[in-house]
Design a protein around this ligand. Sequence first.
Ligand SMILES: Cc1ncc(C[n+]2csc(CCOP(=O)(O)OP(=O)(O)O)c2C)c(N)n1
Ligand SMILES: [Mg+2]
Length: 321
Amino acid sequence: MISAAEALKDFKKITPKKIPEVEMFAQGHRACQGCAEVLALRLAAKAVGDKLIAVSATGCMEIISSPYPQTAWLSPWIHVAFENAAAVASGIEAGRKALIRKGRIQDDGAKVVAFAGDGATLDIGMQALSGAMERGHDFTYICLDNEAYMNTGIQRSSATPYGAMTTTSPPGKLSKGQVTWKKNMPAIAAAHNIPYVATASPAYHIDLMNKVKKAVTVPGPAYVHIFSPCPTGWRCPPEMAIETARKIVKARMFPLYEVIDGRYVLSRDIKKPIPVADYLATQRRFRHLKEEDIAYIQSRVDADWDRLMALIKATNPEEEA
Ligand SMILES: Cc1ncc(C[n+]2csc(CCOP(=O)(O)OP(=O)(O)O)c2C)c(N)n1
Ligand SMILES: [Mg+2]
């Protein structure tokens, strides 16, 4: 198998002038007002184009796009259980390979892409995802991270950020809301030594589409983690969703980067970060936090950023010289 760097040698970037006109996800779906998860999904599907075969884990994006007898999907699409999107995607890829080998179907360059929420990815579907990445299937896995189990009523997941209020992490006298730090799923994906891992935000839509395009271009498994604000669950105004997706990047709380053949590459340097307090302030899921809680979050965000910078340095030794 050729490396990701080799596969991306002649990569043609999407630019503002060349945003793909093709739509693979139609309007008229039933997402909430201001849902940035569905916007991320639409942009990702656009970037893949008409060769898309989509696999949807149970979750908001599946519910809002497929009330029988309607569908927003313009591509072949399969809804699977909450926990097995990666297993089904890898089965489709392996099945297609066998049929092509036997001459039963033509290789039309189809791209198998699994779409799943943070609960489906970081919690219940992690084992299926780990297995599919380890087996080396040629597929892309996109985690649409809205930081809780939104479809079933805003329950916490391991992607819920420290301090956030959810229905299962309510703040009160004895609790600050979510008590654990967000699981670093891109790092877990990268630890599988897969060719391509990236983080993206719908506030940086061109960057997002280029990363998805790269993910489906490289041979082998690719993982893209997309930050997806949920105004309903985060208790923020719907018109703030994209601003929120921008602020978290500017606060260095959700850095945009790629891991190409194990090499970390920063997509956007944030030289003058905004305080995390600015990011937290417009979301009522954080409104109970005290000054010392916010100072704690800031210190962990700073430490995580430093760790990422160290990884970039360590995996790009030629740039040291
Ligand atoms: C085995 C199993 N447990 C629980 C559920 C109920 N369930 C369906 S979707 C969902 C939450 C989905 O959360 P996430 O993956 O983060 O997607 P979101 O809805 O937030 O986009 C849950 C708990 C289920 N369908 N199957
Ligand atoms: Mg979710």
